[in-house]
Design a protein around this ligand. Structure first.
Ligand SMILES: C[S@@+](CC[C@H](N)C(=O)[O-])C[C@H]1O[C@@H](n2cnc3c(N)ncnc32)[C@H](O)[C@@H]1O
Length: 394
């Protein structure tokens, strides 16, 4: 089973568990008589509360074919890095990379694990780099096997997202990977959350100073080595090794192995603390699967397509309806219209019929074409105010 699938299942399980527990607690207060009615009312209230707690999301979908036109692995990597940065800057929750495969093939991970193949499709390449860039640096070695197409990722500017924490930083949540080693003091699991053992005793300047030292100063170097050794934390839940998890760390710094922490849903930092916690990456074999396989309950409720053939209007005049899950789509070299034409599931439909809004976000362009990576930055900036005014009302 893929890691992504396992993680989704675990998150679904923990969400189910918490809803069930709340329902059980409500049931305890019901003595007799009108119990069924009260039960129904309480369950409805809990459901409404959880829908309210669930923050609205903004997804971006883009054609993976943009990678196929790049002239080298280095340039392809740089292009993928630009998409990752734009998605982070605009706090995008989900990036969907779609292919142009006419018929639906059911595949959630298009990448080839075997590092010897570097001729994967543009969509698979983009999927891999976007996922890699979103993963905190300290987890990449454990979660990504070596692959030739990752050769130039080191040269990309980092995302510097709130969940990409440094080894001495304490935060209410940290991303981690579950370890094989068992916790000796309790039944749970040990998780490497990228915290260093004696992180409180040194500072960034010490870190820099030590790296500058010649190897002959081995005394200080070995102190630095101890300081940078990872200190795992214990969590209550029993989870198989090698799984990426979000750990609730608590407000106070405490790495005592006897005090277990909690694995929470990856949406908790956003829902409970309003912290941007990175984007999820999804693969779709064609544009219709972008909509059909939406991971959010109820699907996307507002679809925006972007094109030079779209509607021209000022951003300040645009009022979006109150959405729960917004999707903004970008095409490849020949635009979204070609992606729709090539998709057997959308036969005979026009882009204006597929999208609720088909928008030109850069009228009066001086260049004959705006590239997708440029259009993403332009359009997300154009849509920032209209989107934020919906988010603020919810
Ligand atoms: C190379 S362009 C494709 C050109 C195509 N004729 C079109 O439909 O815009 C790649 C993508 O950039 C985006 N794009 C280009 N120009 C745009 C504009 N003026 N407004 C909004 N999006 C644009 C669209 O998502 C488009 O699919």
């Amino acid at each position: 089973m893929g890691k992504k699938k396992k993680r989704a299942e675990r998150e679904a399980e923990s969400e189910l568990l918490s809803t069930e527990t709340i329902n059980e607690q409500n049931d305890l207060h019901i003595a007799n008589g009108d119990s069924k009615k009260i039960k129904k009312k309480k369950t409805k209230e809990v459901k409404e509360e959880s829908v309210l707690k669930e923050k609205p999301t903004v997804s971006v979908a883009l054609a993976g074919s943009i990678i196929d036109n790049t002239q080298s692995l280095e340039l392809a990597t740089r292009l993928a890095g630009q998409i990752a940065r734009a998605s982070t800057i605009f706090r995008i929750d989900e990036v969907v990379v779609f292919d142009n495969i006419g018929s639906s093939v059911d595949c959630s991970d298009p990448t080839m694990e075997d590092g010897s193949h570097d001729d994967e499709s543009g969509a698979a390449f983009l999927f891999r780099i976007l996922k890699y860039m979103e993963t905190p640096q300290y987890l990449r070695k454990s979660l990504f096997p070596m692959h030739n197409n990752l050769r130039y990722v080191g040269s990309l500017p980092p995302l510097d997202a709130p969940h990409h924490l440094r080894k001495h930083e304490w935060a209410p949540y940290r991303e981690g990977v579950t370890l094989k080693d068992r916790n000796l003091t309790s039944a749970g699991t040990l998780v490497d959350v990228g915290l260093s053992k004696y992180s409180c005793c040194y500072h960034d300047s010490f870190n820099f100073f030590c790296q500058e030292l010649p190897y002959s100063h081995c005394m200080l170097r070995s102190i630095f080595h101890i300081a940078s050794t990872s200190q795992p934390v214990a969590v209550d839940q029993v989870i198989a090794p090698g799984i990426r998890v979000t750990v609730s760390m608590g407000a106070e710094r405490n790495l005592d192995a006897g005090i277990p922490h909690q694995v929470v849903s990856s949406s908790t930092p956003m829902e409970d603390a309003g912290m941007y916690w990175g984007y999820k990456v999804r693969y779709a074999p064609n544009i219709s699967s972008v909509f059909k396989n939406c991971p959010y309950k109820g699907g996307y409720d507002h679809l925006i397509g972007t094109s030079e053939h779209g509607l021209v209007m000022k951003s300040s005049d645009l009022t979006l309806p109150s959405f729960r899950h917004l999707l903004i789509a970008f095409g490849g070299l020949a635009g979204l219209e070609e992606c729709i034409e090539e998709d057997n599931n959308l036969k005979g439909k026009s882009a204006k019929e597929v999208f609720d809004l088909y928008l030109n976000t850069c009228p009066h362009q001086g260049s004959r074409t705006i590239r997708t990576e440029e259009a993403i930055l332009i359009s997300l900036q154009y849509l920032q105010e209209p989107v934020n005014s919906v988010l603020q009302k919810i």
